[in-house]
Design a protein around this ligand. Structure first.
Ligand code: EPZ
Length: 443
């Protein structure tokens, strides 16, 4: 999709079938893991999204040969890895947070790494202090310069014991990608255990790593001398699947999401059902998919709290808020993962939604943002009749939410910056069209 300005005509329920491929928050990390070996690696189920393209460019800058084997299948050949030109890394990395994850593998491979200023959605400060603390814990030296971070490991990397202040997905991946070839054992406490993390551990185990995940969120890694290649099919994108499910509710539609996997979406499915949505897991052997639909009648208000896995994934929050604007009553959402993930609601209010945001921890247990001035709780009163508006896409999931709000609204909305949605939703416009959405590309 190269469209950037859309006229979206509301009032049509989204009905039909879409398919999801590999998870945006896994595939780029599996690609980075190829730096840990000189052997060929194959990843299938790769979505055609910007976040994958950015990492592909970064790996190629470092000498990895990346080839398309078949639709959605990459062959990566990391035989000759070398340090890339700093200016090139900077030019390619601005829109992604993944570059920080190249550090551990590059330190093992060539003894140095460069990290430019990181991108990613503006949903909070997005610091990397946990990453840098972990890298230093392994023996890395971080030199902060005006153009970014220059990181070296003069004494090599040695296994360490490290407790995360918060179960950060990225920091957990940082430790995994560094510990597997470090000398000795690494013990990571308070680790993230999202399905995407477990899939990355599967990849590393296929490569020859020794990694155990204990019941108390402790991950133990025994460093090995070398790692081999791997062949792996990525787990499906549960966030995209949940986004389309929320769209079905918000527009009164019926969407079959081919590739959606129940086991990764249990918490979401409970919320979806409590909200008044209906779903059917495809019973056909060998078929993976879930039908999400609005069964008629009023949607019901709910109190939600986002959390680390197995809690309600924060990336599902924004599309769900649009569905909550259509629920008959008062819903509460307490966002405990990011401090500033309700900025997108201002535009929904301009469209006629009744949403109030608060700095208090509403509805659930006090979180780390409660005592600080972050508007991280929201009360949503519905059902609200949404009317068309002119909108600018604020971030990836907020962007998806604006499109479904415009589809649920009366009249035609104009949306700017729609190409940002390309970062995480493959073939977004084609999927919208397949579901009967009425829109025109204006630019
Ligand atoms: C990953 O981001 C995902 N992105 C996010 O998805 C997802 O929302 C998030 O994990 C939580 O599940 C990718 O995988 C590319 P974190 P990440 O480190 O790793 C704080 C989407 O829309 N923190 O788990 O960056 C941080 O500020 C995106 O697909 C530190 O304080 O998230 C946040 O409050 C959005 N210091 C919390 O931890 C650090 O060094 C969770 O962040 C790192 C994180």
């Amino acid at each position: 999709m190269t469209a950037n300005v859309l006229a979206v005509h509301g009032g049509t329920p989204l009905c039909g079938e879409v398919s999801v491929r590999g998870a945006k928050n896994f595939v780029p990390k599996a690609m980075v893991a190829t730096l840990l070996t000189a052997a060929p690696c194959r990843i299938s189920g790769v979505p055609d999204i910007r976040d994958v393209a950015v990492v592909r460019e970064l790996l190629e800058l470092h000498g990895v040969r990346v080839g398309d084997q078949a639709p959605g299948e990459l062959l990566l050949e990391p035989r000759d890895v070398e340090l890339a030109n700093v200016a090139d890394i900077d030019a390619h990395a601005g829109s992604s947070r993944v570059p920080i994850l190249l550090v551990g593998p590059l330190l093992h491979r060539i003894g140095q790494a460069f990290v430019p200023d990181l991108g990613g959605c503006r949903i909070g400060d997005r610091p990397i202090d946990f990453h840098l603390f972990a890298l230093r814990s392994f023996g890395a030296e971080v030199d902060k310069r005006p153009d970014g971070l220059h990181i070296t490991a003069p004494q090599g990397l040695t296994g360490t014991t490290f407790e995360l202040p918060y179960p950060s997905v990225g920091a957990t991946e940082q430790v995994l990608l560094t510990a597997v070839l470090a000398r000795g054992r690494t013990e990571l406490r308070n680790a993230a255990i999202e399905p995407e993390i477990i899939d990355l551990i599967c990849v590393l185990q296929k490569m020859g790593a020794v990694i155990g995940v204990d019941t108390d969120r402790v991950i133990r890694i025994d460093g090995v001398d070398r790692l081999g290649g791997f062949t792996h099919r990525a787990l499906p994108d549960r966030i995209e699947a949940g986004s389309w499910a929320a769209a079905a509710l918000a527009t009164g539609g019926d969407i079959y999401v081919r590739g959606a996997r129940q086991v990764d979406m249990m918490t979401f499915l409970n919320v979806f059902r409590r909200l008044g949505g209906a779903f059917e897991v495809d019973p056909t052997p060998g078929h993976e998919g879930i039908r999400f639909y609005h069964p008629g009648g009023d949607l019901r208000p709910v109190a939600l709290e986002t959390d680390v896995h197995p809690g309600l994934m924060t990336d599902w929050q924004q599309p769900l808020v649009v569905a909550l604007t259509q629920a008959a009553g008062l819903s509460i959402v307490h966002e405990t993962v990011y401090e500033n993930r309700f900025g997108f609601t201002e535009a929904l209010v301009a469209m006629g939604a009744t949403i109030q945001v608060y700095q208090e921890c509403l509805g659930g247990s006090p979180c780390r943002f409660g005592a600080r001035n972050f508007l991280h709780s929201a009360a949503i009163s519905g059902p609200a009749k949404l009317h068309a508006a002119e909108l600018t896409i604020p971030d990836l999931r907020g962007g998806f939410s604006y499109v479904i709000a415009a589809l649920a609204a009366e009249g035609s909305s104009t949306l700017h910056g729609v190409s940002l949605i390309d970062r995480g939703y493959e073939g977004f416009l084609d999927k919208l069209a397949a579901l009967g959405a009425r829109f025109d590309v204006l630019g």
